[in-house]
Design a protein around this ligand. Structure first.
Ligand code: SF4
Length: 352
């Protein structure tokens, strides 16, 4: 059923969202009030899977170091990963760098101005492309990230299973039908920001605040008293777990031995202690003379999107820099802040 066929006041949908955003939406975030695609793109990538409060910390630092797409493209990937350290999902940082290279190399340093062209760049999917194109260039294209899916499926009573690609395509179609139709240069940025804000601040996953929602009198989920039934997605991510042993080799002057993680893979491109699948493999890797000095440290757990990691650090204090079997670097304490390190490794090092 198309949006127009519904017994709802959904023709007003866009107007309500636009008016609501102006008064109640988020309007003072550092990546707002600009049509600079570099800033919007950077914030959109950082905000994927990451809370606004965390991005508020990283965004200005990133901009200070890389004020434009050219400076980002010229930087070594290690510098980008170093600044990204702690934000997680490091494929985003690698794609960010690749995308900057593509914008400079293929588009003379100017971001393409349509969602279709933006989608051809590394790390920019359909929804991110639509966010940049609508926020910066007023293009009439729909975003459909997790927050927006929740708002739309609830408001429309869209109960088809989004694990089925055809259903997701139908939701994209509905999302497109709901977009503003006039004054797009002004209304599209406001609307896009509005649906994102509604999902983040009002129509939240656990406790939607329907009483202050501008869509409440037209919202199917609210009318049925069942917001938590939407969106419907049957195929859940399968979680797995992995035990990992970390060789934490450190000299008496506190330099640590770090190896670069392969890409693709967990923490790809970052510097990390050497990792092993078992304690035996870790012990085997250490020259026999050093083995009695190995000290087990308290285990820690770390949660990734699909996986729970259980990390067992084993410390080895050495009086010489002698680990010839591993390709890597001895990193002194003053180098740690600038290196791209996985969050749990940085935590171990700072807690010392
Ligand atoms: S009325 Fe409630 S469930 Fe419906 S869109 Fe608004 S906040 Fe979400």
């Amino acid at each position: 059923m198309s949006v127009e066929e519904r017994d709802l006041t959904m023709t007003e949908f866009a107007t309500r969202v636009v008016v609501w955003q102006k008064i109640h939406g988020r309007n003072d975030l550092p990546w707002q009030n600009t049509r600079d695609p570099y800033r919007v793109w950077l914030s959109e990538i950082m905000l994927q899977q990451t809370q606004v409060s965390t991005v508020l910390d990283y965004f200005p630092r990133f901009l200070t170091r890389f004020p434009d797409v050219g400076s980002l493209a010229r930087a070594p990937l290690d510098d980008v990963l170093g600044l990204w350290s702690g934000l997680g999902y490091y494929s985003r940082a690698r794609n960010l760098h690749l995308c900057a290279l593509a914008v400079v190399g293929l588009h003379s340093g100017a971001f393409p101005q349509t969602a279709l062209a933006l989608q051809t760049l590394p790390g920019i999917g359909r929804s991110t492309a639509a966010a940049i194109a609508s926020l910066c260039f007023g293009e009439r294209v729909a975003i459909l990230d997790g927050n927006v899916k929740r708002v739309l499926t609830r408001a429309l009573g869209f109960d088809a299973d989004l694990a089925v690609a055809a259903n997701e395509r139908r939701l994209w179609d509905n999302a497109t039908q709901l977009l503003p139709i006039a004054d797009l240069q002004q209304s599209m940025p406001r609307y896009t920001q509005g649906v994102m804000d509604l999902g983040a601040t009002v129509c939240t996953a656990r406790k939607p605040n329907c009483t202050i929602c501008p869509l409440s009198d037209a919202c199917v989920a609210h009318r049925l008293g069942q917001p938590d039934h939407y969106p419907v997605k049957t195929r859940k991510l399968k979680r797995s777990s992995q035990l990992i042993w970390l060789l934490w080799a450190q000299t008496i002057d506190s330099s640590v031995w770090l190896t670069k993680r392969p890409i693709p893979g967990v923490w790809g491109g970052l510097y990390c202690f050497p990792l092993f699948d078992s304690r035996e493999a870790l012990v085997e890797s250490v020259p026999p003379d050093w083995r009695p000095a190995l000290e087990d440290q308290p285990s820690i757990s770390h949660v990734l999107t699909h996986k729970d990691l259980y990390l067992h650090p084993v410390r080895l204090t050495m009086n010489s820099q002698d680990l010839a079997d591993f390709a890597g670097i001895w990193a002194a304490t003053d180098q740690w802040p600038d290196l791209g390190l996985p969050a749990p490794i940085r935590k171990l090092l700072t807690q010392g």
